[in-house]
Design a protein around this ligand. Structure first.
Ligand code: AMP
Length: 555
């Protein structure tokens, strides 16, 4: 009898659009359309009394019912100051994102007729600890088992690597989406997909191009009609301009010019926008992506990568002709537009498929060797004899109906880097407060590092350990350049002299989760630090959000 592999769905939880995929029995990723039969769903949430509407209908109401609609919530992930209030209830970004996930999952369940439990969700490579944790919690609130959070460019590279059956090459993934820009260098080979370096800006994306178009249209409208007031103050005009600007931008990806009708009260005008003008009003945005790309290339050089073979364009906004033109001019390589809307969700699904096959292989290796599944999971890969692995792969291929090649390809190793540096605040020579970075950005994860500090004075009662996240690749920096993402208090036994040793260990795993321990060495007093942060839902608040969510229908 054929044994069905557990399906782990891949979800691209995008700033403007989201998308869900799975891998079929032939090992091919398949996008599941939503209930409106669209392959991508606008990431817009509309609170409508007891229901929550997600997708196109919510997008159509974005400005008219602005008090009830949330768009671009991904830009607020991990932000402690973002709260959306509706009907007296405050919602954090992860709760709002959970509605987007529920819509994707519910529609996909209806479409495929099967229950979805396990998922891999993607996030920008540029996300820090809190943003990643918020993404995981969004899945948790939606009732999903989030098997892993992976980076969007890595997902795109997996999709590319598996689709093209590629030989060894170094690829730049230029990912310009609706709200974020990531630029990543990846070394792809048949055995592994290894991220070398990553950079970008999670506040730069297609929305900024739309805003630049809106500004231009408003100024042209004022010039043509003589109106001086700000026409964007009128919600109807604002709503229609937002939709029209995005539409005009997309039209200009295939035509040289377009006309945008604008109505404001009794005034009407048709504004012409040429591609040339569009390129001019958005030039600074495009240049920012180029400058971030150059920064990343400089970083890559430090890691010994001074050339690359290909540039892949992903993310809907890389369809704008200005993107490949400018990249070619700057880097002298013809970029390839690679499945810009769907490659991330497909890559996440392929990664989920890999996890699922791996689970099955581990079970068979355990059966073969007489060890427990846990023992096999924890054993270093080189401890498992190749012939045992080979046999497990054959058995699985026989039992599941997959080809042996497909089973083996799931063993491609994926290696990532962290996009931020992490450190603690300490006094330098007992004088100036500095951040000592234990983990530097673009280090290959997992990382396990330990550094010794000393108490400041004799008989010190405790040490406050402040964990800092930053984007500087240097070992010591000023605290103003970093963001505090957590803290804890380590109690010191009485009677110790000044400069008694305190050992701080940072363990950053493949998914970007950070475990911190501080050890007071003399008395071996250990502090396992949970990152305390008010920027993400936890504890009781999280349970309440889950219960609340279950009582709301998502349509
Ligand atoms: P993503 O987050 O990758 O789904 O990208 C969504 C962004 O891509 C939005 O800002 C869209 O307006 C933009 N986009 C999609 N198609 C096009 C197109 N043909 N031309 C220009 N921008 C596009």
């Amino acid at each position: 009898m054929r044994e069905e592999l557990k399906k782990i769905y891949g979800i691209d939880l995008g700033t403007t659009y989201s998308c869900i995929a799975y891998v079929d029995e032939h090992g091919k990723p398949v996008i599941v359309p939503n209930a409106e039969n669209e392959r991508i769903t606008p990431s817009v949430v509309f609170f409508d009394e007891d229901n929550v509407i997600v997708g196109n209908e919510a997008k159509a109401n974005a400005v008219l019912a602005s008090g009830q609609v949330v768009a671009f919530v991904k830009r607020a992930m991990g932000d402690p100051n973002f709260l959306f209030e509706y009907n007296g209830q405050n919602h954090k970004p992860e709760e709002i994102s959970s509605f987007i996930l529920r819509k994707l999952v519910k529609d996909a369940e209806q479409n495929t007729g099967e229950k979805i439990t396990d998922v891999v969700i993607t996030c920008p490579a540029y996300f820090g600890i809190n943003e990643r944790e918020a993404t995981r919690i969004a899945g948790d609130i939606a009732g999903l088992n989030v098997r892993q959070i992976i980076n969007e460019p890595t997902a795109a590279a997996i999709s590319y690597g598996m689709a093209e059956n590629t030989e060894k090459k170094v690829v730049l993934v230029y990912d310009l989406g609706g709200g974020t820009f990531d630029i990543t260098m990846i070394d792809i080979s048949p055995e592994s997909i290894e991220v070398i370096c990553t950079g970008g800006d999670h506040n730069l994306g297609g929305k900024d191009w739309d805003d630049a178009v809106i500004q231009y249209l408003v100024s042209q409208f004022q010039e043509e009609t003589g109106i001086t007031e700000d026409i964007l103050d009128d919600p109807d005009t604002c709503q229609s301009l937002q939709l029209a600007a995005e539409k005009a931008k997309k039209t200009l990806s295939s035509r040289d010019k377009t006309r945008i009708p604008i109505v404001y009260g009794t005034e009407k005008a048709g504004i012409e926008l040429t591609r040339e003008k569009f390129d001019e009003v958005t030039e600074n945005l495009l240049e920012r992506t180029i400058s971030l790309t150059k920064d990343m290339l400089e970083e890559a050089k430090k890691k010994g990568y001074s050339t690359f073979d290909e540039i892949l364009l992903v993310g809907g906004s890389s369809r704008m002709p200005q993107v490949p033109e400018r990249i070619k001019q700057e880097l002298n390589v013809e970029p390839k537009l690679f499945d810009p809307d769907e490659s991330v969700a497909k890559g996440a699904a392929l990664y989920g498929w890999k996890l699922s096959i791996n689970d099955e292989l581990i079970k068979r290796v355990a059966a073969e060797t007489g060890k427990s599944v846990e023992e096999i999971k924890e054993a270093p890969a080189e401890d498992i004899p190749e012939e045992v692995m080979e046999q497990a792969a054959r058995t699985l291929a026989d039992e599941s109906g997959l080809t042996l090649g497909a089973v083996k390809s799931s063993r491609v190793e994926v290696k990532n880097v962290c996009s931020k540096s992490f450190g603690v605040v300490a006094l330098e020579r007992g004088e100036t407060e500095l951040v000592f970075n234990l983990v530097l950005k673009n280090s290959t994860v997992p990382v396990d590092v330990c550094q010794q500090f000393g108490t400041h004075e004799a008989n010190q009662e405790n040490v406050s350990v402040r964990i800092m996240e930053n984007e500087v690749g240097e070992e010591t920096i000023l605290p103003e350049m970093a963001k505090e993402i957590g803290n804890g208090l380590l109690t010191i036994p009485p009677g110790l002299p000044a400069n008694s040793p305190i050992e701080v260990t940072f363990k950053l795993n493949e998914e970007g989760r950070l475990d911190i321990t501080a050890l007071e060495v003399t008395d071996k007093r250990k502090l396992d630090m949970i990152i305390e942060t008010d920027s993400i839902l936890q504890g009781e608040e999280l349970e309440e959000a889950k219960t609340r969510s279950q009582n709301i229908a998502v349509v």
